[in-house]
Design a protein. Structure first.
Length: 260
């Protein structure tokens, strides 16, 4: 498996929502170019800092582990996929970060965010999607629950197996989120089509049937090793469990910065 630096790994996961205008700086074409060219420079680092949702988590993970660079590959992997760095952050550091970032904007909802930390939440992307991002609270809204479920599913980092590759697209078997009216869960496998390249150039070289990959929105982000797959599944399950325990408390959407 090819090793990429942390900035390039960040691009692979950050580009899909950025291309939709849902997080990060407005110049998604620049981010795509960096990922296609494999060039890492100060310009890319500045783009990464513009992701107001993700960047503070990277700083938190790095700082709590004595790592000077928030774009260290271990830190980037921890946030998007999950690794042992997350369990070294510590509840006090996480709580302080949540206080600084979200108390003023969430008001009466803040105690429910804090409960997610106390219940074992760590600075993984799935924590932000399920515990911070507002869509969980809309699952009980009959008019909006289908949209909310779709956003929660596409916004999280999910996993799948490549079945076929045709041009810039890959056919992938993945497991979407399902909602039974009371709780969220990872459902039965379905087949979907995801992009892996633009005009023949993407982030993952030599994608082939049988590859296990991570996905964000409608993009293939990276190949996953067996261990990475296990960690992604582990942290996803952890934060789904916390979300389900607190889902009854969620009210109207909380106005936060775009997720990143």
């Amino acid at each position: 498996m090819m090793v990429v630096d942390g900035a390039q790994l960040f691009v692979r996961y950050a580009y899909p929502p950025n291309s939709r205008g849902s997080c990060g700086p407005p110049d998604s074409d620049a981010l795509l170019h960096y990922g296609q060219s494999r060039v890492t420079d100060q310009g890319l680092r500045e783009l990464a800092k513009g992701f107001a949702g993700a960047w503070p988590y990277l700083e938190l993970i790095a700082g709590s582990n004595g790592i000077t660079d928030p774009l260290d590959a271990r830190v980037v992997e921890a946030y998007w996929v999950g690794n042992s760095l997350l369990d070294s952050v510590g509840i006090t550091n996480i709580g302080n970060s949540m206080e600084d970032r979200f108390r003023a904007r969430t008001g009466r909802q803040f105690p429910h965010l804090a409960e997610g930390v106390l219940a074992g939440g760590v600075p993984h992307h799935s924590f932000h999607v399920f515990e911070i991002y507002p869509w969980l609270g809309l699952l009980h809204d009959d008019r909006r629950h289908a949209t909310a479920l779709n956003v929660l599913d596409r916004c999280r980092i999910r996993w799948g197996e490549v079945l076929a590759v045709t041009g810039d697209d890959a056919v992938v078997r993945s497991r979407p989120l399902v909602w039974d009216g009371a709780s969220l869960a990872v459902g039965e496998p379905v087949v979907e089509t995801a992009k892996h390249a633009v005009n023949g150039t993407g982030f993952v070289d030599g994608l082939a049937p049988g590859d296990v990959v991570s996905l964000h929105w409608n993009w293939v982000c990276d190949r996953l090793s067996t261990h990475q797959l296990q960690r992604l599944q582990h942290f996803t399950a952890r934060h789904l469990r916390i979300a389900n325990n607190g889902v009854e408390h969620r009210g109207a959407a909380i106005a936060l910065e775009r997720h990143g």
